[in-house]
Design a binder for this molecule. Structure first.
Ligand SMILES: [Zn+2]
Length: 237
């Protein structure tokens, strides 16, 4: 059955480094992928662009929008840019309501977002908490509620930049070998953070090494890591 995945990204490039393979695999198998960029990362994650003389916040946001759109297109995903501002990212009641409404509208099978803490980034944990809250407001507790609800989407966390300092322990490795070229294309669209391409390419190879050791599947060359905080409900073990 085709799946719908929703990736919630604090800044407009986070989904590329950490979940581009997951997005592409869903799309390749006939599913639908949506990406929410809560902000453009215009203040805190656009260092290369701020080296330009006379640079402005508005221009940085326009460039970052173009990059995120190109990356989403390379992966076959639809981009929803909320432009809430970064460093600090703040979601007021209205922003939570927008995110909740989008989750209700899309009815994703799976939501993927940041880990609950990140000592190097003030916005990533905010995005995690807002996503968890919006998911709960959209789905309730799996029972009839005073508001419209959808089936509770699965929740996965994508890998932070320094996982061991964010309390991130992988529970799932995804083989992204078949869609690796798409992830490369998405990473190449992110010109404002080009220095991260090599880093995340190496990370994908390291995770593939781990995935091969766990599974014995020697054909895995690239992988992404995810953490599942909620139990999975299955019909057979
Ligand atoms: Zn970020």
């Amino acid at each position: 059955m085709p799946r719908t995945i929703l990736v919630v990204s604090a800044h407009s490039a986070d989904f590329v480094w950490r979940a581009a393979g997951a997005i592409a695999t869903v799309v390749e198998s006939g599913g639908a992928a949506h990406v929410v960029a809560l902000s453009y990362g215009e203040r805190g994650e656009s260092g290369e662009l701020w080296k330009w003389p006379g640079q402005t916040e508005q221009r940085v946001k326009e460039i970052r929008h173009g990059e995120a759109q190109a990356a989403a297109t390379a992966l076959g995903a639809e981009l929803h840019a909320l432009d809430l501002g970064d460093y600090p990212l703040v979601l007021d009641a209205g922003a939570i309501d927008r995110l909740t409404g989008l989750i209700r509208e899309l009815e994703p099978h799976l939501i993927v977002t940041h880990a609950a803490r990140d000592p190097f980034n003030p916005d990533h944990a905010v995005a995690h908490d807002a996503t968890v809250q919006a998911r709960q407001l959209a789905s309730g507790a799996g029972v009839a509620s005073a508001f419209e609800t959808i089936s509770p989407p699965e929740l996965l966390l994508f890998e932070p930049h320094q996982p061991e300092l964010c309390g991130f322990v992988p529970t799932t490795f995804l083989d992204i070998t078949a869609v690796w070229e798409k992830k490369v294309a998405a990473m190449e669209a992110m010109g404002a953070q080009s220095y991260l391409r090599q880093y995340y390419s190496e990370r994908a190879e390291h995770r593939a090494n781990h995935a091969r050791r766990i599974s014995g599947r020697s054909e895995i060359r690239y992988a992404e890591a995810f953490q599942r905080d909620l139990p999975v409900v299955v019909d057979t073990l």
